[in-house]
Design a protein around this ligand. Structure first.
Ligand SMILES: Cc1ncc(COP(=O)(O)O)c(C=O)c1O
Length: 340
């Protein structure tokens, strides 16, 4: 089946839980556009999805946890950096749905109890710290096996958990349909910080709408990171997400523009360009960005505007994915941004 109308019906019929405040706002940024003498820039505010400081995972968890519950899961397993936005949003979703949630944060001697990691404790998740040099994927598998041996039915989420990553992309197909109700015509480009699922879903959604909008992912991590997905893997994620709603699209349907040039010193470390982007958006529009994800994504958008890729005739959407609690875990970076 390749019929977008039936695909919409299939999407609406998927198991889903209610977590997010939707639709999220689409905010016009006239002072920023004027400052740049550039395109019309709109920010799609998935930092405003509502639950426990919001973010893109709240939107994704509606479908991921719908899938988990339909599969009979009675507990959730997720692991990532101590400052993981994903883990914080999962802990909140688990609390809201009354599902036991296990988190495996990477904790070092100098890890600060701030931002996301602080909030995780408040939300009632069971926290099993692992060392920074351990494999998160292996640690999650080991915990899931332990839980299974104890008669539980865990659902593993996040890096390495293919089904969950695909269902997270499905949520962003739906998000593209939400955007279509907020704009008069297709935007020239959508730019977002992504490790795969958000970009893949938006791309499928745009093509389903018949839009030729460029969907650009700004990667927050180098290829050496365990959670990194190659463009081919993201294209596969897009095809798999399309297939969930019955769209059988050929292998070469999705061209992935995944930008690696805005990572800076590494995953989790603020970049100078990101800090400057954070200051500019804050001062022109009062919109906050975080040091780990969205500031890097927004620095990618600004670099392309300044290089002349998008001009005054274009409309460019920055899809804000949240992550704002990390601001409080990196006060030095925020201070540096404030001085730029
Ligand atoms: C703020 C923020 N933006 C973007 C991402 C990447 O999302 P995705 O893996 O869906 O591309 C994350 C993942 O944790 C995030 O926390």
């Amino acid at each position: 089946m390749t019929d977008p109308v039936r695909a919409r019906e299939a999407l609406a019929d998927l198991p889903r839980v209610s977590l997010a405040e939707l639709p999220t706002p689409l905010t016009d940024c006239p002072r920023l556009s004027e400052t740049l003498a550039g395109p019309r820039i709109l920010v799609k505010r998935d930092d405003c999805t509502g639950l426990a400081f919001g973010g893109n995972k709240v939107r994704q968890h509606e479908f991921v946890l719908g899938d988990a519950l339909a599969a009979g899961a009675d507990c959730l397993v997720q692991g990532a950096a101590a400052q993981s936005n994903h883990s914080r949003q999962l802990a909140a979703a688990g609390a809201r749905l009354g599902i036991e949630t296990h988190l495996l944060p990477k904790v070092a001697d100098d890890t600060v109890l701030q931002g996301n990691y602080l909030v995780d404790h408040l939300l009632g998740a069971q926290i099993h710290p692992i060392r920074p040099d351990q494999s998160t994927i292996e640690a999650k598998q080991a915990l899931a096996e332990e839980l299974r041996a104890a008669g539980r039915t865990p659902y593993v989420i996040g890096m390495g958990a293919e089904r969950a990553l695909v269902m997270a992309a499905v949520a962003y197909i739906n998000a593209a349909l939400e955007l279509a109700n907020q704009v008069d015509e297709p935007p020239t480009a959508i730019i977002t910080t992504s490790q795969g699922s958000t970009q893949a879903g938006l791309l499928v959604g745009c093509r389903m709408l018949g839009w030729d909008t460029k969907v650009i992912g700004i990667c927050p991590m180098p290829p050496s990171h365990e959670a990194w997905n190659a463009p081919e893997a993201i294209a596969q994620m897009a095809r798999d997400a399309a297939a969930v709603i019955g769209l059988d699209w050929p292998a070469d349907s999705f061209e992935i523009e995944l930008r690696q040039d805005f990572v800076g010193q590494g995953y989790g470390l603020a970049s100078p360009a990101g800090l400057a982007a954070m200051a500019l958006l804050g001062r022109t529009e009062g919109i906050l960005l975080d040091p780990v994800y969205t500031s890097k994504g927004f620095s990618g958008l600004l670099a392309d505007v300044r290089a002349g890729r998008w001009g005054t005739e274009d409309t460019v959407i920055f899809w804000h994915t949240g992550g704002l609690p990390a601001l409080f875990a990196q006060p030095e970076a925020v201070l540096e941004a404030s001085r730029s």
